[in-house]
Design a protein around this ligand. Structure first.
Ligand SMILES: [Zn+2]
Ligand SMILES: [Zn+2]
Length: 347
C-alpha cells in the first residue's frame, strides 16, 4: 500500500511525524485531496496542550487547500484537477440549528471537524466531503488559500459587528485573528488601535501602521480614553480569550463587544448591572457561517494587506520546528515569546 507523510496527534503533548497509508475515497460524497499547503493555527497548539477538544490518533491541520485527485460516485460539483479551499467544520444540514440558518451551532459541529476530530491537512493527502470544498480562483495562491477558513470566521464577526465609518475600534490581541480584524478596521472605521504583549507581534502591528499598546506596560483603559477624546471604543474585539473584563472597561456606552478569542480555562468576574446601565451589546459568535465565498472574494480583490501576515513558509517535513517559533516548547509544553504570526507548511 502506498504511504504518505503526516503529523499525527497521538495524545496531549505528542505530535508525531510518521508514515500512514494514503487514504482512498470510500464514502461516495468524499473527494481525495492532494494537499498543497497547510497553515498552523493557534487551536492546533491548544490541541497539543490538551486545552481544546481533541481525538487521539488524528492527523491535525484544518487550514489547508489542495487539488482534487479522486472523487466519490455522488460528487457532481467538483472534478479531478480542481484546486479548492476547505471549510473544516462539517455541519449536518439536518438539525434545527442548521435548518434555521445557524449552522455554526450545528449539534454535530464538535464531532466531525477535519483536523480536530477526523484526519485533516497535516498530511500529503486528505479525504474531504464535497460540500466542504470551495474552488479557488487563480488569483489566490496556495499559501493564501490556506487562510480562507480563518478569514471566514473573521467575516462572520464583521457581519455581526456592522462596523461603521465613524467607529472607534479597539482590538485586544494581535495574533492572526486580530490582524485580520485590524485590516478591516483600517479600511472601514474612523480609528483603530490594537493591544499585544508579544514583542514580535507588536512589531508586525507597527509594520502595518497600527497604533499598538502593550497591556503589561500601559493602562489600556486610559489609552483608549485618550485615543477617542474621552469616548472609549464603539467596538471592542476581544481576540485573546482572556480579556473580557478589560474589554468591558474599554467599550463606550451603547457600544459593541465581540468576545472572539477562545480559552476554556478562563473565568471572569463581571458586573451585570454595568452591562445594563451602559447598554453594552455583547455579541457572541462561533466559527464562520456562510462566509467562505465572501472570504474568497475579499482575497481575490486584494482587499487586505496580507504581506506581514505570513512570517514563514516552511517545507512540510520541517513542521515540528514551527511550534517553537509560535511559542510552544514541544518537550515541556511551556510557552516562550513567539517569533511568528502565521506559519504555513508547503508540500
Ligand atoms: Zn484555525
Ligand atoms: Zn446541524
Amino acid at each position: 500500500m502506498d504511504k504518505m507523510k503526516a503529523y499525527v496527534f497521538k495524545d496531549v503533548g505528542n505530535l508525531v511525524y510518521e508514515e500512514k497509508p494514503i487514504p482512498h475515497v470510500k464514502d461516495p460524497d468524499d473527494v481525495l485531496l492532494k494537499v498543497k499547503a497547510v497553515g498552523i493555527c493557534g487551536s492546533d497548539i491548544k490541541i497539543i496542550e490538551g486545552k481544546h477538544h481533541f481525538r487521539p490518533n488524528t492527523v491535525l491541520g484544518h487550514e489547508f487547500c489542495g487539488e482534487v485527485i479522486e472523487v466519490g460516485t455522488h460528487v457532481h460539483h467538483f472534478k479531478i484537477g480542481d484546486r479548492v479551499a476547505i471549510d473544516n467544520n462539517i455541519r449536518c444540514g439536518f438539525c434545527s440549528f442548521c435548518r434555521m440558518g445557524l449552522s455554526s451551532q450545528c449539534v454535530e459541529i464538535k464531532t466531525s471537524a477535519l483536523g480536530v476530530m477526523r484526519d485533516g491537512g497535516y498530511a500529503e493527502y486528505c479525504l474531504v466531503p464535497e460540500k466542504q470544498c470551495f474552488v479557488l480562483p487563480d488569483g489566490i495562491g496556495d499559501i493564501l488559500g490556506t487562510q480562507v477558513e480563518t478569514l471566514a470566521t473573521v467575516v462572520n464577526g464583521m457581519n455581526t459587528l456592522l462596523m461603521l465609518p465613524y467607529d472607534y475600534v479597539l482590538i485586544l490581541g494581535f495574533g492572526p485573528i486580530g490582524y485580520l480584524f485590524s485590516q478591516f478596521a483600517k479600511n472601514i472605521a474612523a480609528k483603530v488601535a490594537v493591544t499585544e504583549i508579544d514583542p514580535f507581534r507588536i512589531n508586525v502591528a507597527k509594520e502595518c501602521g497600527l497604533t499598538v499598546w502593550n497591556p503589561n506596560e500601559v493602562d489600556i483603559e486610559q489609552k483608549i480614553t485618550e485615543f477617542t477624546y474621552g469616548r472609549k471604543a464603539d467596538i471592542v474585539i476581544e481576540a485573546t480569550g482572556n480579556a473580557i473584563e478589560q474589554a468591558l472597561k474599554c467599550v463606550t456606552p451603547g457600544g459593541k463587544l465581540l468576545p472572539f478569542g477562545m480559552d476554556s480555562s478562563i473565568t471572569a468576574s463581571i458586573i451585570p448591572n454595568d452591562i445594563t446601565r451602559w447598554a453594552t451589546k455583547i455579541l457572541g459568535l462561533y466559527l464562520g457561517q456562510n462566509t467562505m465565498v465572501p472570504s474568497i472574494r475579499i482575497y481575490q480583490e486584494n482587499r487586505l494587506n496580507m504581506g506581514p501576515f505570513f512570517t514563514k513558509v516552511i517545507p512540510f517535513d520541517e513542521g515540528l520546528g514551527a511550534f517553537d517559533l509560535l511559542g510552544l516548547d514541544m518537550k515541556t509544553l511551556k510557552h516562550h515569546p513567539k517569533s511568528a504570526m502565521k506559519i504555513v507548511m508547503k508540500m
